[in-house]
Design a binder for this molecule. Structure first.
Ligand code: SAH
Ligand code: DHB
Ligand code: MG
Length: 222
């Protein structure tokens, strides 16, 4: 199959600005060899998250959906030394692969992987009365995306950045009546964003090496 212009441009950007260091390369490799699903973000998307985290001065990040912690490691590299990430994952095997990757990256003191269903863990985080998060990355199962977003607004500080992955699904979002629970889930979030007055939001579509998809990006209004 011929490589599309989008894939070539994605590669051009990755070659210049999306280089993985050794820890990211080995995390990607171990995630793949452990047979986890091939649904990590791409290197360019990782760099994008890193730039966003630095732009909002993120010290405390919450991630929903860890997989092998590839995105988590990109984010962790944007943190100051005393910065922290809590990442939620319900599959024990994924969490174990993630913890191995995090340990090999020397990031165990900055990243905590919590095992459980996000909708069970989020109320516990609220009860802990931790300081609010500066950035929240939503990337778990798609049906409860709107609920995850509600939690992100509850747990984030004014001015916090909320990013949700996979909100376009190769354009399937244009047909939200289709019997695709994932599309319906992300469409519910996208529609909710258009009506909310407590956040300022947009969606950027990603076209690149992996797929045509998109990320919703919202700032909690001050
Ligand atoms: N952010 C990762 C990819 C996450 S893939 C990266 O880019 O590297 C989505 C992950 O969410 C999977 O590991 C899946 O097991 C997890 N997940 C799915 N439903 C979940 C739930 N209800 N609670 C917590 N994690 C969930
Ligand atoms: C799927 C999930 C993701 O988080 C992703 O980035 C790509 C695909 C999926 O479940 O199909
Ligand atoms: Mg995703």
């Amino acid at each position: 199959m011929e490589t599309s212009i989008y894939e070539k441009v994605d590669q051009y950007i990755a070659d210049l600005l999306g280089k993985e260091d050794e820890s990211l390369k080995s995390a990607a490799h171990f995630t793949e060899s452990s047979k986890l699903p091939p649904i990590s973000i791409t290197a360019n998307q990782g760099k994008f998250l890193q730039v966003m985290a630095m732009a909002c001065g993120a010290k405390r990040i919450l991630e929903i959906g860890t997989l092998g912690a590839y995105s988590t490691i990109w984010l962790a590299k944007a943190l100051p030394p005393d910065g922290k990430i809590i990442s939620l994952e319900y599959d024990p095997k994924h969490a174990e692969v993630a913890r191995t990757n995090i340990k090999n990256a020397g990031l165990s003191s900055q990243i905590e992987v919590r095992l459980g269903k996000a909708l069970d863990l989020l109320p516990l985080i609220e009860k802990e009365k931790l300081p609010p998060f500066d950035m929240i990355f939503i990337d778990a199962d798609k049906q409860p995306y709107a609920e995850y977003f509600e939690w992100a607004v509850k747990l984030g500080r004014p001015g916090a950045l909320i990013i949700a992955d996979n909100v376009i699904r190769a354009g399937r979002i244009l047909n939200p009546e289709a019997q695709d629970e994932n599309v319906q889930g992300v469409h519910r979030l996208n529609k909710m964003l258009s009506g909310r007055e407590d956040v300022t939001a947009t969606i950027v579509q990603n076209v690149g090496s992996k797929e045509h998809d998109g990320m919703a990006i919202a700032v909690i209004n001050k």
